[in-house]
Design a protein around this ligand. Structure first.
Ligand code: DP6
Length: 389
């Protein structure tokens, strides 16, 4: 039996309706449904090659060139679930190679700097689950695979699809109805752009899992958020995406970021993810929107100070013109080389202290809505040794 291998790439997703709170910590079942935009793999992706061999001693993982442990309960549940599916397949069709129990080598790299502090676990788990499913030739659709990736990291389930994605929270205790579904593919609204402003954090943030647990346990506002606010917003946001109504989509996105950070602040002791730089970015975005009398851009913040700004391609000059005025000296603009940016006419630049407002951002990543996990031909693993190439 030859050593078989496959390689896939998987995207990052950034939520516009946030997942925050678990009703089951082990199965990663959320307390509310969420929505995200999948970002282009041209700018942010994880590439993963997997290979099985009877000659390997045990399962192994190489991340960005270094061997890493594969022993976390989350990694183990994903591996176990994928192997269980392969075993069932081999039992149904005895002519298939018996590969379910053979050791796997997983080699994974990110095309973006880990130091950027961008959540890479979503792309990482999506790539791992999708690649092993392909290697095992499992007949499971992306929604089914999303349930496996969910157990690695909640937000990872949304990275199984491109475009605009919902994670339906489900209601069953075993999690079999808690899965990602596609609201609309990339091609439905390809003009959506995202500018990521990487904000240097002075101290380590509270990891999402622990932060969520604290919010669920101690925040009085949390109950209101998950019972009243999110269910209505979830329906409205889906509608806005289907109607390509950026004004509504942007308002809901900003409000939901605010609501998520409000329940963090309402946790006891409070959790602060946004810092002064994040707050100044909010001011810049709301000022653009006020100046134009419509929502030209939307900010959103996850469990850290980085900002993601969504906008439409047609408004690129307004949004990037403003951001370039403040953050034009940091890396990340090369993609737009040759383009000259200027502060949009209506932006009241005189009201901003340039020195203060241009501080705290260390790089920008200019990207757009993108596609889901994809099989690619080039392997990053040597199938004979199982080691990174
Ligand atoms: C703020 O998916 O990282 O980014 O399920 O514990 O791994 P775990 O949490 P994770 O949480 C993401 C939280 C968020 C919002 C979101 O992506 O929806």
């Amino acid at each position: 039996m030859a050593n078989k291998y496959v390689t896939v790439t998987a995207p990052v997703n950034i939520a516009t309706l946030k997942y925050w709170g678990k009703r089951d910590r082990f199965l990663n079942l959320p307390t509310n449904s969420s929505i995200s935009v999948t970002l282009s793999q041209d700018d942010l992706k994880t590439t993963t090659s997997v290979c099985y061999s009877k000659n390997f001693e045990s399962d192994a993982l190489y991340l960005n060139g270094n061997e890493e442990s594969l022993s976390s309960p989350r990694q183990q549940s994903c591996l176990k679930l994928l192997r269980k599916c392969r075993i069932e397949k081999e039992e149904q069709d005895p002519s298939l190679d018996k590969i379910a129990s053979l050791p796997l080598h997983i080699v994974s790299v990110n095309n973006f700097p880990t130091a950027a502090g961008l959540a890479s676990s979503a792309a990482g788990y999506a790539a791992m689950v999708y690649s092993i499913a392909k290697l095992y030739q499992l007949d499971l659709d992306r929604s089914e695979l999303s349930k496996i990736a969910r157990q690695g990291s909640g937000s990872a389930c949304r990275s199984l699809y491109g475009g605009f994605v919902a994670w339906e929270m489900g209601s069953l205790d075993n999690g079999s109805d808690s899965k990602a579904v596609q609201i609309a593919p990339r091609a439905h609204w390809p003009g959506i752009r995202a500018a990521i402003l990487v904000v240097s954090a002075a101290k380590k943030e509270v990891p999402s899992t622990g932060g969520m647990q604290l919010t669920v346990k101690t925040s009085d506002l949390f109950d209101y958020r998950v019972k009243q606010v999110v269910p209505a917003r979830y329906e409205e946001m889906k509608k806005a995406i289907l109607a390509k109504d950026f004004g509504v989509f942007a308002e809901l996105t900003m409000k939901d970021s605010n609501s998520f950070h409000a329940v963090c602040l309402d946790s006891y002791p409070p959790i602060f993810y946004m810092n002064d730089t994040s707050k100044r970015i909010v001011k810049v975005i709301t000022t653009i929107n006020e100046a134009y009398g419509r929502n030209v851009a939307a900010y959103t913040f996850d469990a850290g100070p980085n900002a993601v700004i969504y906008y439409e391609e047609k408004d690129e000059d307004i949004v990037l013109g403003t951001l370039h005025e403040f953050f034009g000296s940091v890396p990340g603009w090369a993609k737009k080389s040759g383009k000259s940016f200027s502060v949009p006419r209506k932006f009241p630049i005189e009201k901003f202290d340039h020195d203060v407002f241009s501080k705290g951002v260390s790089r920008v990543i200019l990207t757009s809505v993108g596609e889901g996990p994809t099989l690619v031909p080039e392997s990053i693993l040597n199938p004979d040794t199982g080691l990174p190439k």
